[in-house]
Design a protein around this ligand. Structure first.
Ligand code: COA
Length: 309
């Protein structure tokens, strides 16, 4: 079996910025309420899941210098696919000229971590290079007039390229995937409907599963929270991130946070925050990165990676 390493990273955001003030102008809400209760100041809206995914994937290809024809697997995490069928991954595969298999993964906001672990599993049995994308346009699936949900979500995508490492265990140190379908009523979208959410209960459970999953992955990797150079959490609410960091013993200085500028971009959230942290020079070769996601299902997952070659 082969290990993996990350050799490319890309991000894509729509141009249109929607500020809290824009919501306050038409809903019973205020900039201060949204900022204090969620940490979000603005979010981006626009595009489609495939267009944002294609843009992020193209950026990751350029970043890696790898020819798309040399990629033999595309895994796209999304819960807002362009169509119910075929998979949005097929649209992206054609647009980028990637060869090999292409499929979607739906684990809601946890999707990117699920997709990365799925790709690593297929690479362990023979695929050489994979593109993993998280892309969502949940702004199109939230009721624009529902202050409880509309202010939370933005659109965006992030992508990584993974390469097989033959001469060692690779850089994926440990992982955890989990789900509890008995809580699926807490956050869902019916066909043709808008996103429905029990925000308080999602919040309460998110903090708990975040901490449990992060601790399990660190334990499996033989690491402690002190070994983590950068925590990349799902960007849903700054208070969820703060509470989880407190309980884990990882300071906010070692945590990637960009939800103030992009809101909750669902499957796009973790790779977008990772891309921002890398652009800010916050990751160095050999650093341990811990990514932790949670979302509808409920699902939750984490993965510990060593950064660099
Ligand atoms: N502006 C003003 N008031 C709002 C509001 C908004 N945008 N959204 C909700 N409220 C109101 C509620 O209607 C409620 O009013 P009520 O008491 O009159 O019914 C009040 O604020 C308090 O609601 P509460 O649920 O206690 O607020 P909260 O502190 O829990 O914050 C969330 C609400 C949604 C921000 C928070 O629960 C949350 O972030 N939950 C997790 C959601 C999430 O991340 N989902 C995606 C997971 S991947």
């Amino acid at each position: 079996m082969s290990g993996i390493r990350v050799v490319g990273l890309g991000a894509a955001l729509p141009e249109k910025i929607v500020t809290n003030a824009a919501f306050a102008a038409r809903l019973d809400t205020t900039d201060a309420w949204i900022a204090e209760r969620t940490g979000i100041l603005e979010r981006r809206m626009g595009g489609t899941t495939s267009s944002l995914a294609t843009q992020a994937g193209a950026a990751a290809l350029a970043n890696s210098g790898i020819d798309p024809a040399d990629i033999d697997l595309l895994v796209l995490a999304t819960s807002s696919p362009d169509q119910l069928m075929p998979a949005t991954a097929c649209t992206v595969q054609q647009a980028l000229g990637i060869s090999g298999g292409a499929f979607d993964v739906n684990a809601a906001c946890t999707g990117f971590v699920y997709a990365m672990v799925s790709a690593a599993g297929i690479m362990a049995i023979g695929a050489r290079r994979a593109m993993v994308i998280g892309s969502d346009v949940l702004s199109t699936m939230t009721d624009p007039n529902d202050r409880n949900t509309a202010v939370l979500f933005g659109d965006g995508a992030g992508a990584v390229i993974l390469e097989t490492v033959d001469d060692g265990p690779g850089n994926l140190l440990a992982w955890d995937l989990a789900a509890d379908g008995s809580t699926r009523h807490l956050l869902y979208i019916d066909h043709g409907g808008y996103l429905q959410m029990d925000g308080k209960e999602v919040f309460r459970r998110a903090v708990r599963v975040f901490v449990d999953s992060a601790q399990k992955t660190l334990r499996d990797a033989g690491l402690t929270p002190d070994d983590v150079a950068l925590l990349v959490p799902h960007q849903a609410n700054s208070r969820i991130i703060g509470a989880a960091c407190d309980r884990l013993g990882i300071s906010l200085e070692r945590t990637a946070v960009n939800l103030d500028r992009v809101g909750n971009t669902s499957a796009g959230s973790i790779p977008l925050a990772l891309a921002d942290a890398v652009a800010e020079g916050r990751l160095h070769d050999g650093d341990v990165v811990l990514m932790v996601g949670f979302g509808a299902g409920m699902t939750w997952a984490s993965v510990a990676l060593k950064w660099g070659p």
